[in-house]
Design a protein around this ligand. Structure first.
Ligand code: ZN
Length: 380
């Protein structure tokens, strides 16, 4: 009987055809009609390819989610994917057509993360066809709103993570070298609102209190909270304020992005941001917001999970698998507090959210095999 690696190499043409179908069904996060269509398609595909059972989880606001179950067993391994993309309806025609050039495949969402979905489905199919005995079931969760920060799927993801021994996230690996992601920073998002007092800038400027001046001081202070040695960064990414040129500005606002490596760092820095003190007499400073995604920390359990993958990659695929940390968040941030999580197990390529978004075709069967062998190892 053929091994998993050979079987998957032989399925490359099928994988590409399936990927084409999934990519041609465009899935902008905010288009419920399109996303629901793709959700039904993926649910059917899951059942056809893996002989598992898929259910559609209805969602009022965004596309429906899909939960597939493969195999049986008390314990479970969670495969985490999302099918929404940042691309809009029609982009496949106008901006980034599905096309193959040599070993490179372009298309909206192929890298983030439709290529990963396909690799995941075929990995399960290969496990089925080689009659692998797994004493844990695999839950394949495919959600619809990751690109928005998972407002409607976060709870579901956390609930499944709590029930799981391991979580494998099929987001793309780090571009080019294909390194897995063993740590992701936590993300905090805040809105700063400043109230000053309006006055005519020429007639009685002394009666005004400029919210913009106060904002500029606060922005400087916030950026100084960045500490690269700790991996903590604060960025004011958007500001607004004032009404017109000859009025002392009564109001100003700023959007703040905070990234940290550890929960402890969140506990240190969030109170500082939430309790910003006015730097000018008479202004009112308010901060709303908080944690958007908790940090995915590189714990000992994460390291040993990575080492299992590294050994499989070396012994079966001749790949020297590396690990990296990233400041970007994923749904892995939501699972990491509950179960050892390994991220970046999706398609190798580059250009997420960009016009050159692509994957490397010859890597698809290898990464799919890596996943199948990893599931096999973890399920025993
Ligand atoms: Zn993604």
């Amino acid at each position: 009987m053929q091994g998993i690696v050979e079987i998957l190499k032989g399925k490359l043409a099928d994988m590409l055809e399936t990927l084409k179908q999934i990519v041609e069904k465009e899935s902008p996060t905010l288009d419920k009609e399109l996303t629901d269509q793709l959700a039904s398609f993926i649910a059917n595909l899951f059942e056809d390819l893996t002989s598992g059972k898929a259910s559609i989880i209805q969602n009022d606001l965004y596309g429906n989610h899909i939960r597939g179950e493969f195999g049986s067993g008390e314990e479970q391994i969670l495969l985490l994917t999302h099918y929404d993309t940042v691309w809009q309806k029609g982009d496949i025609k106008e901006k980034i057509p599905f096309k193959i050039e040599g070993d490179i495949l372009y298309g909206p969402g192929v890298f983030d993360m439709k290529g990963g979905i396909v690799q995941g489905l075929y990995a399960l199919q290969a496990l089925k066809e080689t009659n692998q005995f797994l004493n844990k079931k695999v839950v394949f969760l495919c959600t619809s709103d990751e690109e928005l920060g998972s407002p409607s799927s976060q709870k579901l993801i956390e609930e499944e993570a709590k029930k799981s021994k391991y979580v494998l996230v099929l987001e793309p690996p780090i571009s080019k070298q294909g390194a897995l992601k063993t740590a992701r920073k936590g993300v905090g998002i805040f809105k700063l609102h400043i109230k000053g007092r309006a006055a005519h800038a020429g007639v009685e400027p002394e009666k005004g209190i400029s919210a913009i001046l106060e904002l500029s001081k606060q922005v400087t202070y916030l950026h100084e909270l960045t500490d690269y040695s700790k991996g903590t960064t604060v960025n004011v990414g958007k500001i607004s304020g004032g009404t017109t040129v000859n009025v002392i500005a009564a109001e100003a606002e700023a959007d703040i992005d905070l990234r940290v490596k550890t929960k402890a760092e969140f506990e240190r820095i969030i109170p500082i941001i939430k309790n910003l003190k006015p730097k000018t007499a008479g202004v009112d400073v308010k901060v709303a917001g908080g944690i958007n995604r908790p940090p995915f920390e590189r714990t000992d359990q994460v390291i040993s999970l990575f080492n299992i993958a590294k050994k499989i990659a070396r012994d079966h695929l001749g790949i020297n698998l590396e690990e990296k940390e990233t400041g970007g968040g994923s749904d892995g941030n939501f699972t990491a507090p509950f179960a050892p999580t390994l991220d970046g197990l999706g398609a190798v390529g580059d250009g997420a959210h960009a016009l050159n978004e692509h994957i490397i075709i010859s890597e698809m069967p290898k990464r799919s095999a890596l996943l199948a062998l990893l599931i096999k190892e973890l399920a025993n």
